[in-house]
Design a protein around this ligand. Sequence first.
Ligand SMILES: [Zn+2]
Length: 378
Amino acid sequence: MPGRGIRIGTFAGIPFAIHPLWLGIVLLISWSLATAYYPDQVEGIAPGLAWALGVLSALLLFASIVAHEYGHAIVARRRGLEVEEIELWLLGGVARMRGTARRPQDELAYALAGPGVTLVVAALFGALTLVVSKDAAPELHALVAYQAFINAAILVLNMMPAFPLDGGRVLHGLLWRAGGDVLRATRTAVSIGRSFGALLIAFGVFAALSGALGGVWFAVIGLFVMAAGRGEALHAEAVGLFGGVPARELMSSPVVSIDAGVTIEQAVRDVVLLHPHPAYPVLEGNRAIGMLTASAIEQVGADRRAHVTAAELADRDPELLVSPDADLAALLDVPAFGRVLRAVVIDTLGRPLGVLSITDVERTLEAHRRLGTAQPVP
Ligand SMILES: [Zn+2]
């Protein structure tokens, strides 16, 4: 899954990461090009040259995927969305954004920006295919023809109207613009996308049963599309319910906290065993500096508890400290909140007012569902 990439640099102010397994995909594509495509296209090609062209083609393919993702990211940023990073992983690339578009025209703009880049790349290589003569330079012709073909194929597949593909995002933007209701647009887009997913699965199984084993891939993509649709719908439901709701409304107080200077041994004896909670704000004076989780405490061996302080063990990510006015829907997208599943709500002087946990959020969501103010996710 995305999210475990190794950062290799920053371009246009947006960090760029590569998933370790991605190297395996580059090798796999290079191998299939070097042993099948190039020998087919260029009669009598030397194996060394076929491999060199195979690797070059795989890298060019990923360069165009990166360009596609930067297309999304740069337009999204210009439209006021925060872009965390771009990552290359197994199924291509992903531009990870924080939050969602506020207006349908913004969503349409950034959803179309990536395919727009791919269209330009495919057209450029398509033009080169016409310019480079197959007789004069068969290797070069095969190289540009492959880029034209693969980019065109990516463009077509990616515009299928199903989340998480760009076509699903575009469909959502169009429905939202037409109806003006973002939540209803999500429900419709998700059910259309899931129908496509089901069709893909049926087609894949049918193809595989009739002997075309490659059909299995269609079924895998279908399952992926179905799962992504459900995630999208749940997220939209939470954003719809909690958008504009300040953190203070759902936080729990009073707060049981731990002093930064105490050892874990003291903290366990004086606080944790008396008030068992999944996490505690850590205070320096009366200011919160981070969060200490019960699971972090459990990982400290009994022999080391007297030597480690709460401050040393605390998660000090500044994003774990939020204002009482912080928007709940936006908070749900903060990576630190996703990791620790709670945040400390602090006043302007940094004093803790309460703890907001995912349990509070889920309980509220559940109550809305039971009482009929939220609809079940398809
Ligand atoms: Zn895209």
